[in-house]
Design a protein around this ligand. Structure first.
Ligand code: SME
Length: 159
């Protein structure tokens, strides 16, 4: 599937009348299924009960032990603190990194903002070094924006 077809498919999923978790799960499955270098695709949600922490939401790929991540911790926690997209071409060169699998070589994290508030993150791992280039970044930032309302709903954050 080409990038523009993927965007159409993501929009269709967002229009489905199913709970937000099911829509986000479908987006994870779609991205992982269509993009050969996207080996793990998932959402972390800001924990409403503990706002300095992320809790694992819908994901596609191997289960991870990192089901809760404090802000500042690992790539995900750093992206939550800075509110910046964090692209890591080679995870072995990162000291503040939480390993989910020895096969992972590169990672992409986009904060998910809804109405100016951080509600979660879109996180991708790849077994390929430097898997996330400019085209991936543009696509994934768009996915983060397009799914932001569903992420806010899944996290039960009202903004
Ligand atoms: N590698 C991440 C942890 C989450 S897993 O990639 C699913 C990190 O350093 O924050």
């Amino acid at each position: 599937m080409k990038t523009d077809e993927l965007r159409v498919a993501v929009r269709r999923i967002m229009d489905e009348r199913v709970p937000p978790e099911a829509r986000l799960q479908a987006v994870c499955d779609l991205l992982r299924g269509e993009m050969p270098d996207y080996h793990w695709v998932g959402y972390y949600l800001v924990d409403r009960a503990s706002p300095g922490e992320l809790v694992l939401g819908p994901f596609a790929g191997e289960p991870t032990e990192h089901t809760r991540i404090s802000f500042g911790q690992g790539i995900c926690g750093q992206a939550a603190s800075t509110l910046e997209v964090f692209v890591v071409d080679d995870v072995e060169k990162e000291s503040n990194y939480l390993s989910c699998s020895p096969h992972v070589r590169s990672e992409f994290v986009a904060p998910v903002m809804y109405r100016g508030t951080l509600v979660g993150e879109l996180d991708l791992d790849s077994h390929t070094i430097a898997a996330f280039g400019e085209a991936d970044s543009a696509l994934l930032k768009w996915v983060a924006e397009t799914t932001a309302e569903a992420v806010a709903e899944a996290a039960s954050i009202e903004v």
